[in-house]
Design a protein around this ligand. Structure first.
Ligand SMILES: *Cc1c(COP(=O)(O)O)cnc(C)c1O
Length: 726
C-alpha cells in the first residue's frame, strides 16, 4: 500500500481535489495541459517550487483554490484533463495489450541506479538516469507492465555555483521528502515499509518510497532511517560513492535489497532488466531464492539467465565497477554457501577473462548471468563485442552475443510545446494519428506541410526564451553575489538572438572534450567575431563533485568566456540539469558533440535537439553514426586515440562551421527566412524524431527480448509473440 497524505491537502476544495492525485503521478510532467492546471492555481509558487506540484499545492493558501473552483473555464479544463488521466490509468487498451493479448501478466522489473524523471526529483547524475526515466515513461505510455527499482538519494541536488575565476563550487541541497512527489510505501500496520537486506551482518535495512510514473510504479530505496547503524544510514545519500566499499554497499542495497523489496511487496514478474551493471547483485538474490527452494545451482543459473536482460552503457574499460576479492568476501562470505557453490566458483562468476586478478567485475558477472545483452547503439554493440569477446572463448567477434538497441528519447517529455502545437496544426489534418504513431517514419514526411516561416519563427521564439532564461538566472545571481562583474559577460548577458548559436552541454568528463574548440584561439576568435557571420557558443555542464580535472577544464572554458577577445560571444551557463537541458536543446541553432571516437556509447542530448529541429554537428560516434544521413546536420570522423590529434579535430570543426554552417545560416533571401537552413531543420526532425524516440527503442526491447524471456519463464507463446520469436 502507498498513501497519499490527503490530510495535508484539506485546504483544497473537493471539487478540484483530484489535483492531489495528479500531483503524485508524474504523468502530469509529460502532459502540458496538466502542467497548465497547476500553473494557473498559483504561478508564482509554481515557479518558486521548481515546478513541483506537491510543494506548490501545500504552500498555496485556500483562497487560490476556491477561486479556481468557481471558475467555469478552469473547471471545464480540469474535468476534461482528469477524465483523460483516469482513462489513461485505467486503460486496458494499450499498444502492448493489443499486440500481446495473451501476455498481460508479463511484468518486467527494471533496475537502475539513477532515474531522471523530472527536475523536482533529482535522482540522476547524467544521461544514464535520463534514459532510465524516459524508458519508464515510454513503458507506461505503451502499457508495458513494469515495476522499476532505484534509490532515493538524500543529496541528489548538487547545485553548481561558479566562482569569479570559474571554479565550480558544489552546493548540496537536501531532498525534502515531505514535499517531493513521492509517497511512503506502508505495511499492514500503516507504518513505512522497512526491509532487511538478507545475509548481511551487522543487519542493514532499507525503507521504501514510491514514485508513480504514469502506470509504472518506481520503488525507491532509502537507508537514512533510525533502524540502521549510523555508518549505514549514509549509503543512499549520494550517487556513485568514489570509495569502493561505499560503492559496493550501494550496489548491494540496490540489487539484493531491491529484489527483496519486490518480494516483500508481493510483486511477481517474469523478467528482470538491468540498466547498467550497478544492480547486478539482484541476480545473485534470484539465484539464492531458487537454490533455497531446492534447485541445483546449475538449474537456478539457467532459469535466471533465461529471464534476464542486461543493457551495458560503458565503452570505457575504467567505467566498469570492479571490487577487490577481500571486500567481496566481507560482504558475500555467507552468500556463496547459500548458493550451493564454493567461494572460488562464486568469485569466478565475476572474473573478466582479460584480467581475472583485478577483482569481481560487475559487468562480466552481468554478462554471465543474463542471456540477453545489448549495447546502446550499433557502434557501441561492435565495441562491446570486441571488449567482451574473451567471455565467449572461441566465438568469433562478430558472433559474440551482445546485440544493440539504440537509445531513444521520450518524445512527449522532450518535444517543446510550441513545436508540438505546430505539428498539430499541420499534421493533424493529414495524419491525425501522428502522436500515437510517432515511431513511424511515414508520419514525419508531413513535416514538409509546415511553412518554413512558421517553423523558423517558433525556433526564434525558443531561442529568445533560452536567452531570457539565461539572463534571469544571471540576474538572480547578480543580486546575490554583487562582487562578480566579469561573470555578467561570461554567463551569457551578451548573447544575441540574431547570431548563429552553437550549444554544448553535458557532464564535464575528459572524453567528451568540452574544450576542443579552444585548441586554436586565434582561429576561434576570428570565427566568433566575424563581422558578417558571427558565431556564439553556449556551454553548460557539471563536473562530478570529486573530479578536479573536470573542474579544471570547466574553469578554463569559463575564463575564455570572460576574456574580452571573444567579445561576449562565448557563454557558460551555471547549473546544468534537466530543466536547463530542455531550454538548450530547444533553443540553440546547432548542437555540438565532440567526444573522442568510440568512447560515447550513444549520447542522447543530440536526439532531443534533432526532435526540436536543432541539427547536430557531431563526431561520427554513438548514435550519430547511424543517425547522420548527409542532409540532417554535419559529421566528421574524429581522431583517436584519446588526447592526441585534438588539434586536427578542432581544425575540422572550424572548417565545417566557417565553410558550411555559417554560410547556410546567414543566407537570407528577400523574405528574411533562411530556407536552406530550415530545410536542414526539417530533415533533422524527419529523419530522427521517429528513429530516436523511446517508443521505437522500447518496442525493440519488447519484440526482441521480452517475449523470449517470457518463453523461458515457462509460458507458451501465442499470437504476435510467435512472429517475433528469436
Ligand atoms: C539528455 C541529458 C543528458 C545526456 O547527455 P549526452 O548528450 O548523452 O551526454 C545528460 N544530462 C541531462 C540533464 C540530460 O537531459
Amino acid at each position: 500500500m502507498t498513501d497519499i497524505p490527503v490530510d495535508r491537502f484539506s485546504h483544497i476544495p473537493d471539487r478540484i481535489s483530484g489535483l492531489v492525485e495528479l500531483a503524485y503521478n508524474l504523468w502530469w510532467s509529460w502532459h502540458s495541459s496538466a502542467m497548465l492546471l497547476f500553473k494557473q492555481i498559483n504561478r508564482a509558487e509554481w515557479k518558486e517550487s521548481g515546478q513541483n506540484p506537491v510543494k506548490m499545492l501545500l504552500e498555496t493558501p485556500a483562497r487560490f483554490f476556491e477561486r479556481a473552483a468557481e471558475d467555469p473555464d478552469y473547471l471545464r479544463r480540469y474535468d476534461l484533463l482528469m477524465c483523460r488521466f483516469r482513462n489513461y490509468m485505467a486503460s486496458k487498451n494499450s499498444w502492448f495489450s493489443e499486440n500481446y493479448p495473451e501476455r498481460l501478466p508479463l511484468t518486467i522489473a527494471y533496475f537502475s541506479s539513477e532515474f531522471g524523471l523530472h527536475p523536482s526529483l533529482p535522482l540522476y547524475a547524467g544521461g544514464l538516469g535520463i534514459l532510465a526515466g524516459d524508458h519508464v515513461k515510454e513503458c507506461s505510455d505503451l502499457g508495458v507492465p513494469m515495476v522499476a527499482v532505484g534509490f532515493l538519494y538524500a543529496e541528489g541536488y548538487v547545485h553548481q555555483h561558479l566562482e569569479a575565476d570559474g571554479w565550480q563550487k558544489n552546493i548540496v541541497e537536501l531532498l525534502d521528502r515531505e514535499t517531493a512527489p513521492i509517497t511512503r510505501v506502508t505495511d499492514e500496520h500503516g507504518r513505512q515499509l522497512v526491509v532487511q537486506v538478507p545475509l548481511i551482518e551487522p543487519p542493514l535495512y532499507v525503507a521504501v518510497w514510491k514514485v508513480q510514473a504514469g502506470r509504472v510504479p518506481l520503488y525507491l530505496l532509502d537507508t537514512h532511517i533510525d533502524e540502521n547503524l549510523p555508518e549505514n544510514r549514509s549509503i543512499s545519500h549520494r550517487l556513485y560513492e568514489k570509495d569502493l566499499e561505499g560503492r559496493l554497499r550501494q550496489e548491494l542495497v540496490l540489487g539484493v535489497g531491491g529484489r527483496t523489496v519486490l518480494n516483500t511487496l508481493g510483486v511477481s514478474y517474469s523478467a528482470m532488466h538491468l540498466n547498467e551493471g550497478h544492480s547486478a547483485f539482484a541476480l545473485i538474490e534470484r539465484l539464492r531464492e531458487r537454490v533455497d527452494a531446492g534447485m541445483s545451482f546449475e538449474e537456478a543459473a539457467k532459469q535466471v539467465r533465461n529471464t534476464s536482460i542486461f543493457t551495458t552503457h560503458t565503452p570505457v574499460p575504467a567505467g566498469h565497477d570492479i571490487f577487490p576479492f577481500d571486500l567481496m568476501h566481507r560482504y558475500f562470505g555467507d552468500y556463496a554457501p547459500s548458493l550451493g557453490i564454493d567461494w572460488e566458483t562464486f568469485i569466478d562468476l565475476g572474473a573478466a577473462p582479460h584480467d581475472p586478478e583485478a577483482g569481481f567485475n560487475m559487468t562480466a558477472f552481468a554478462f554471465r548471468m543474463t542471456r540477453f545483452h545489448n549495447g546502446v547503439s550499433q557502434k557501441h554493440g561492435e565495441v562491446a563485442r570486441q571488449m567482451w569477446q574473451s567471455l565467449w572463448p572461441g566465438v568469433p567477434e562478430s558472433l559474440v552475443p551482445i546485440e544493440s538497441v539504440t537509445n531513444g528519447v521520450h518524445v512527449p517529455t522532450w518535444l517543446n510545446r510550441r513545436v508540438e502545437t505546430l505539428f498539430d496544426t499541420y499534421m493533424d489534418p493529414v495524419c491525425p494519428t501522428w502522436r500515437e504513431e510517432h515511431d513511424n517514419p511515414l508520419v514525419w514526411r508531413f513535416i514538409d506541410e509546415i511553412p518554413d516561416e512558421e517553423l523558423w519563427n517558433v525556433h526564434l521564439w525558443l531561442k529568445m526564451k533560452l536567452f531570457s532564461r539565461i539572463r534571469e538566472r544571471k540576474r538572480r545571481k547578480w543580486s546575490g553575489y554583487r562582487n562578480e562583474p566579469w561573470n555578467l559577460v561570461a554567463e551569457g548577458l551578451m548573447l544575441d538572438a540574431t547570431t548563429l548559436t552553437i550549444g554544448f552541454a553535458r557532464r564535464f568528463t575528459g572524453y567528451k572534450r568540452a574544450d576542443l574548440i579552444f585548441e586554436d584561439l586565434d582561429r576561434l576568435e576570428e570565427i566568433v567575431t566575424n563581422r558578417w557571420r558571427p558565431v556564439q557558443f553556449v556551454f553548460a555542464g557539471k563536473a562530478h563533485p570529486a573530479d578536479d580535472r573536470g573542474k579544471d577544464v570547466l574553469k578554463r572554458i569559463y575564463q575564455f568566456a570572460e576574456s574580452p577577445e571573444f567579445a561576449g560571444r562565448i557563454a557558460f551557463v551555471e547549473n546544468y540539469g534537466q530543466q536547463l537541458a530542455r531550454y538548450m536543446v530547444q533553443g540553440v541553432d546547432v548542437w555540438l558533440n565532440t567526444p573522442v571516437p568510440l568512447m560515447e556509447a550513444s549520447g542522447t542530448s543530440g536526439m532531443k535537439a534533432a526532435l526540436n529541429g536543432v541539427p547536430n554537428l557531431s563526431v561520427l560516434d554513438g548514435w550519430w553514426v547511424e543517425g547522420y544521413n548527409g542532409r540532417n546536420g554535419w559529421a566528421f570522423e574524429g581522431s583517436q586515440p584519446y588526447g592526441e590529434n585534438n588539434r586536427a579535430d578542432a581544425e575540422t570543426v572550424y572548417n565545417i562551421i566557417e565553410k558550411e554552417i555559417a554560410p547556410l545560416y546567414y543566407m537570407r533571401p528577400m523574405d528574411e527566412i533562411p530556407h536552406g537552413w530550415v530545410k536542414v531543420m526539417k530533415e533533422s526532425i524527419k529523419s530522427c524524431a521517429w528513429q530516436y524516440s523511446a517508443r521505437r527503442m522500447v518496442k525493440e526491447y519488447i519484440t526482441r527480448y521480452y517475449p523470449s524471456v517470457c518463453m523461458y519463464a515457462g509460458e507458451p507463446m501465442t499470437g504476435a509473440l510467435e512472429s517475433c520469436r528469436l
